[in-house]
Design a protein around this ligand. Structure first.
Ligand code: NAD
Length: 303
């Protein structure tokens, strides 16, 4: 068996065509959706991520409001910037690029973002909404994974899903989202004894550990759907995921590549959340559906 590829680039491109139409609709009502991106310091990796987000805004017709702050910005100064953005009518989404410098309390900063502009979905209010199943702004990476899964046509209800990685930004929200869809979810992490014992049972295996080649073919059930969230730069400069793609693709039914799988979806879902925020502000858009977060975007089959 050679797995079919779940193409995140293609799905992103399809979604962005729709986004441009939504931007045009908003513009017809006198609204230009806008995203503020706050970066403290000069980390090269963070600069790349921020640039990608600004480019995505441009690509879809949103305004972006970059806020580049020096490394020695105090917590108070950062909170003041956020408060100004909270009040700014042109700003529909606020994203603070993580990680923040050590002298700044990340949680205090994330809690300062207005809940209805929290397009990264990291405010405790939105985290709590995810727990009870009606989040307005699902965190972008798991949200993107959910749409990638939808393209396979498999109903996740009742499926065994194993998630490797339990971070606040990927593994945990992913588990909540799939639980809401009535999957049977197992979350593994660095302290899990005998990882293979869990992964081998997975109908859907989602890996977000940040360890190259963590998942070889022997850990994967034949016919499983494998989603690789990992992004790792090897010493020779190559970018790889956490899954041994070449080996696992001979065992899985569907697989995401790295790059070109989850990565492009993450930034695209940020645009989705920002558009949703702008639409909510003027009382249009699909609103929140019965199962919460997927009302604004229906599954798209790109295959
Ligand atoms: P993190 O370091 O916050 O969390 C990693 C998780 O993996 C932890 O729960 C840890 O216990 C677990 N883990 C680590 N080693 C393990 C092992 N050997 N076996 C089992 N579990 C193990 O990382 P994160 O921020 O969640 O990111 C994870 C990976 O996903 C990274 O490679 C990151 O670059 C990538 N990522 C990609 C996107 C994207 O858009 N594609 C977005 C976010 C993160």
């Amino acid at each position: 068996m050679t797995a079919k590829i779940i193409d995140g680039k293609a799905l992103s491109a399809t979604l962005r065509v729709r986004f441009r139409q939504r931007v045009a609709d908003l513009s017809g009502r006198g609204v230009q959706p806008g995203l503020a991106v706050v970066l403290v310091g000069d980390s090269a990796a963070s600069q790349v991520y921020v640039r990608n987000k600004i480019n995505a805004c441009r690509d879809c017709g949103l305004a972006s409001y970059p806020q580049f702050l020096p490394m020695d910005t105090s917590e108070k100064e950062l909170l003041d910037v956020i408060e100004r953005l909270n009040q700014d009518e042109n700003v529909h989404g606020i994203l603070v690029q993580l990680p923040l410098p050590k002298h700044i309390d990340m949680r205090r900063v994330l809690e300062a973002i207005a809940v209805d502009k929290d397009v990264d979905g990291f405010h405790l209010y939105n985290v709590g909404s995810l727990v009870v199943g009606n989040s307005i702004f699902p965190p972008c990476t798991p949200y993107g994974v959910q749409l990638l899964l939808d393209t396979t046509g498999l109903d996740v209800s009742g499926q065994n899903v194993v998630i490797v990685g339990a971070s606040n930004i990927v593994g945990k929200p992913m588990a909540l989202m799939l639980l809401q869809r009535e999957a049977t979810v197992t979350v593994c992490h660095v302290k899990t004894r005998d990882l293979a014992q869990h992964t081998i049972l997975a109908d859907i295996l989602i890996v977000a550990a940040g360890v190259p080649n963590l998942i070889g073919a022997q850990l994967v059930k034949r016919g499983a759907i494998v989603i690789d969230v990992g992004i790792n730069r090897l010493p020779d400069g190559r970018i790889v995921g956490d899954v041994d793609f070449e080996a696992v693709k001979e065992r899985a039914s569907w697989i995401t590549p790295v790059p070109g799988g989850v990565g492009p979806m993450t930034v695209t879902m940020l645009i989705e959340n920002t558009l949703r925020s702008a639409e909510r502000r003027i009382g249009i858009g699909p609103g929140i559906g019965a199962d919460g977060w997927d009302a604004a975007i229906q599954p798209v089959n790109t295959n």
